[in-house]
Every structure is written in structure tokens, then in C-alpha cells.
Design a protein around this ligand. Structure first.
Ligand code: CTP
Ligand code: CA
Length: 227
């Protein structure tokens, strides 16, 4: 019996995960988006459920489907919708992992009709979206909070700043430097940095394996918690 239990180390834990891009409407037919496939977040959600967790996956537009049918999927489109869905559930969860590539800016006004090509030059005024992860960090109680960081320069320094600014327990730094890592790829090269700034570079590996590594951090946290 003990053996069975150990295969479900996240049994009894509730985990909120964000995944995918967000789409910010320009008009009824156009949006600002990004190339995030959602794979990283979906792999984490699947694996967490396989390890026994009750998983709520808040996902932006993606063609991915969850393999583990116990995952509760909430489909959203915009950053604001993702923010609302996360805040609806955050108080109930034991951990949250923000793998979504949330748009940083959105059109200040959404045109009600399709914008016609009248002038030669055209620009759209943008405004910041809410930072979902920061907002969760600001209200967290016991939740173990994990964020991602995508950096192209001063990677470690910038990631450390994000840990502090967003009140995170762990950040998963994504290297775009590496050929095999990032958007539209099945592999990822990450570095873990914890809230004490302990740095742990990982090998290039499949996103499934990165998901396992991330969840091992969650498991470790909960096992230390119970001691
Ligand atoms: N994030 C979020 N809400 C936003 C923007 C980002 O929840 N509006 C989360 C992402 O899901 C990720 C983390 O914040 O876990 C870091 O995202 P990243 O784009 O690397 O950093 P930003 O804080 O947006 O800063 P910048 O893009 O300027 O580096
Ligand atoms: Ca960003």
C-alpha cells in the first residue's frame, strides 16, 4: 500500500497551471498573439495529474489536448480572462505554475468593426496587461509559486529580479540561446533559480522531462513542508 502511495506523491495537492499564449483583440477579426504552443504547460499539467495532483489548467488558445482526463481545463483567450480564471481558483490551491506566454501589452481600444485600410500609415496604441503571476505573488499565503522567465540577455540577473518582484519560490529560466530550446520546440534548456538564489542549470531535454523536473521541485517542497 505504501508503495502505491509513493507513486502518487502529489495526491491530495491542488495545482493551478497556466499555459499557452494569450490573444489580445485589435478588432473583430485580428489580434496580437505570440508563438507559444502551450506544450510546456500542458506537459506539466499532464504529469502533475499522473502524479496524483488535482490540476486546474488555465490555457490560452492552443491545439493541444490534455492526455490525462482528470485535468480540469479552463479555456481563455485574453490576458484579462486568464487573470480572472486564475484568481477564481488561486485561494484553493497548494501550488501554482505560470507557464503561459501572457501578452505584455494589448490594444488600448478594441475596434468594434473591422479596421479598413484607409491610410498608408497605421498604428495601434497599446497598454500594459495585468501581470498575472505578480498579482498571485502579492496575495499568496502558503502556495508554492513557480514562474518562468524568458530572457535573451543578463539572464540570471533578470530572472533573480523576477523572483523578487513577483514573490516567487522558484523560477524556471528558459534559454533561447540554445538551438533546441523554446517556442515550437519539443525540447527545452532551463535553469532553476530558487528564492535563495540557488542556481541549478539543467541539461537540454524533452519538455516532458522538464515537466518532471519541475514537479520534483514541487514534491520536494511539500515533503520538506511536512517534516
Ligand atoms: N506573466 C504573467 N502575466 C503577465 C506577464 C507574464 O503571469 N502579464 C508570467 C509568465 O507566465 C511567466 C512570468 O510571468 O511565468 C515571466 O514572464 P516574462 O515574459 O519572462 O516576464 P515579464 O514579467 O513579462 O517581463 P519581460 O517580458 O519584460 O521580461
Ligand atoms: Ca513578458
Amino acid at each position: 500500500e505504501a508503495d502505491l502511495e509513493s507513486k502518487l506523491p502529489l495526491k491530495g495537492k491542488k495545482i493551478l497551471i497556466t499555459a499557452g499564449p494569450t490573444y489580445e483583440a485589435i478588432d473583430p477579426v485580428r489580434f496580437i498573439g505570440n508563438h507559444s504552443s502551450g506544450k510546456m504547460g500542458f506537459d506539466i499539467a499532464n504529469e502533475a495529474a499522473n502524479l496524483g495532483a488535482a490540476v486546474i489548467l488555465v490555457s490560452g488558445p492552443t491545439y493541444f489536448k490534455v492526455k490525462n482526463s482528470s485535468v480540469k481545463v479552463i479555456n481563455v483567450i485574453s490576458a484579462q480572462e486568464m487573470y480572472d480564471a486564475c484568481h477564481l481558483h488561486f485561494n484553493d490551491v497548494d501550488a501554482a505554475i505560470a507557464a503561459a506566454a501572457v501578452a505584455d501589452y494589448r490594444p488600448k481600444v478594441v475596434a468594434l468593426q473591422k479596421i479598413k485600410k484607409v491610410s498608408d500609415d497605421f498604428s495601434i496604441e497599446l497598454e500594459k496587461t495585468k501581470d498575472i503571476l505578480s498579482s498571485l505573488g502579492a496575495i499568496k499565503k502558503n502556495q508554492f509559486l513557480i514562474g518562468f522567465a524568458l530572457e535573451t540577455e543578463n539572464e540570471i540577473e533578470n530572472a533573480k529580479l523576477k523572483i523578487q518582484k513577483k514573490n516567487l519560490d522558484l523560477i524556471v529560466l528558459n534559454s533561447l540561446q540554445d538551438e533546441g530550446a523554446g517556442f515550437k520546440k519539443d525540447t527545452n534548456k532551463v535553469t532553476f533559480i530558487d528564492k535563495d538564489f540557488k542556481i541549478e542549470p539543467m541539461e537540454l531535454k524533452s519538455k516532458e522531462s522538464v515537466a518532471v523536473d519541475i514537479l520534483n521541485k514541487v514534491i520536494l517542497h511539500f515533503s520538506n513542508d511536512e517534516d
